[in-house]
Design a protein around this ligand. Structure first.
Ligand code: FCB
Length: 453
């Protein structure tokens, strides 16, 4: 390989997971039901009828998983807290056993010299709050602040890196508009209200985190695939504006103090979906949402092509590149590393975040263990290598990149796709709960050690 990629000295190398995708023990030790418990228990919602009831059994095997992280040499681990483990009904009574679990996990990580990056909300809303209306209701944002206060009082002395929300666009649009994700609602007006209350929950919780966690750094994680128009026709370009506006700018603009993008507001008004307009946006809300953060988290997976006349102008996966495993992962997501550079550059040049972490990036390939006990997942190595190279190019272009988290530490419950999609750098045998580091984990270990490749 010709070029050498060396990263800045304090660049952080990590891997990420999320509570519902790995923990299991969904009703143990006082945990309340979440919308993902309810959704996955509803026939027809998740492929193959898979649920997170057991998942990777991480709730019981967390010590083993920390050993795994240590073995790979991870410097940081991004995980999320299951809100209903802490407040089973979303607010009010605290479940001490839930707090103890995360407290021990954090101690274990610190003892292993691994920095905990905590996401407060990675999609598992307490079902009780959903029963009261969920994110379309302002009261859910208020409950989130209570939850943030409880968890950051408990962990704030040791956790110094906080992510409020993971991909609020997915919570709003997949949860309440398309219904592909929990709670499975199909109602655009409610989804728009949900988006506002998610952002409000974010903004309101930033000062709470700062109060309870001295010298902490706080950010939000946004999903940002690289969207391009299928052609230069005015209509395709307008479809791109809409798709990108709804999925990206609708969240990034208000967080960076610009309010909701006026073109998308006009689109919603034209569609007449909000009979009472934006009456749920109250005085002071936009200031709260724009509370300054320390970093931006970016999740990047693929490129999406936008073409007019497709339902909702959602990005489509037109096959621009040959359909080989090198170019297409098993999610049917394109392997398009240049898109990561474009996304990072756009965020930086648009909003000047103080620093950016890639909080998720990875590929689904189901390569199984071979007879010799190794997992030869060369396509994943190729994906990771080319994307990490793109991060390096972003640094060269002046983007203040602070770290990279591979998605995922291990194979896990891939939401509506269940267990068939495997994103891990570690193989999980769901019958025995055996974990086997894949070749990509071995490769990543070398990257961390050399701070590059
Ligand atoms: C992201 C989610 C993450 C994982 C990846 C593949 O949208 O944040 O939990 O499922 O997709």
């Amino acid at each position: 390989m010709a070029k050498k990629f060396t990263f800045p000295e304090n660049f952080v190398w990590g891997a990420a997971t999320a509570s519902y995708q790995i923990e299991g023990s969904w009703e143990k030790h006082g945990k309340g039901e979440s919308i993902w418990d309810r959704f996955s228990h509803t026939p027809g919602k998740v492929d193959n009828g898979d649920t997170g009831d057991i998942a990777n059994d991480h709730y019981r095997l967390w010590k083993k998983d920390i050993r795994l992280m240590k073995q790979i040499g991870l410097q940081a681990y991004r995980f999320s807290i299951a809100w209903p483990r802490i407040l089973p009904k979303g607010r009010g009574k605290i479940n001490q056993k839930g707090l103890d679990f995360y407290s021990k996990l954090v101690d274990g990580l610190l003892a292993a010299n691994i920095k905990p990056f905590v996401t407060l909300y990675h999609w598992d809303l307490p079902q009780t709050l959903e029963d009261e209306g969920g994110w379309p209701e302002r009261a859910t944002a208020e409950a989130f602040v209570e939850y943030t206060d409880v968890i950051s009082r408990a962990l704030g002395d040791r956790v110094k890196d906080w992510i409020t929300l993971n991909e609020p666009a997915c919570s709003a649009w997949l949860g309440y508009d398309s219904g592909e994700h929990a709670p499975g609602v199909r109602d655009l007006p409610r989804a728009i209200r949900a988006s506002h209350h998610l952002l409000l929950a974010h903004g309101w919780s930033v000062p709470v985190l700062r109060r309870n966690s001295q010298n902490a750094e706080v950010g939000i994680t946004l999903n940002s695939n690289w969207l391009v128009a299928a052609s230069n026709s005015a209509m395709d370009l307008d479809a791109l504006r809409q798709g990108e506006g709804k999925w990206v700018r609708w969240f990034s603009d208000p967080v960076y103090g610009r309010g909701y993008p006026s073109d998308i507001v006009a689109d919603f008004e034209k569609q007449n979906v909000l009979p009472n307009g934006f009456d749920f946006v109250q005085e002071g809300d936009l200031q709260a949402i724009a509370t300054p953060m320390d970093f931006l988290g970016v999740n990047y997976y693929n490129r999406g092509l936008v073409r007019v006349n497709h339902p909702n102008n959602e990005p489509q996966r037109l096959f621009l590149s040959a359909k080989t495993p090198e170019n297409w992962t098993e999610m049917d997501w394109e392997n398009y590393p240049d898109g990561l550079l474009s996304v990072l550059a756009r965020y930086y040049f648009d909003y000047q975040p103080l620093k950016i972490y890639v909080t998720e990036n990875g590929a689904s390939y189901s390569t199984p263990p071979n007879g010799n006990g190794s997992v030869p997942d060369e396509h994943r190595i190729q994906y990771l290598r080319t994307h990490i190279a793109a991060v390096h190019r972003a640094i060269e272009a002046g983007v203040p990149m602070a770290g990279y988290f591979a998605w995922s530490l291990m194979d896990n419950f891939e939401w509506a796709k269940g267990y068939a999609q495997r994103f891990g750098i570690v193989w999980v045998d769901y019958k025995t709960q055996e974990r086997i580091p894949k070749d990509s984990a071995k490769w990543y270990k070398g990257v961390i050690k050399k701070n590059g490749f």
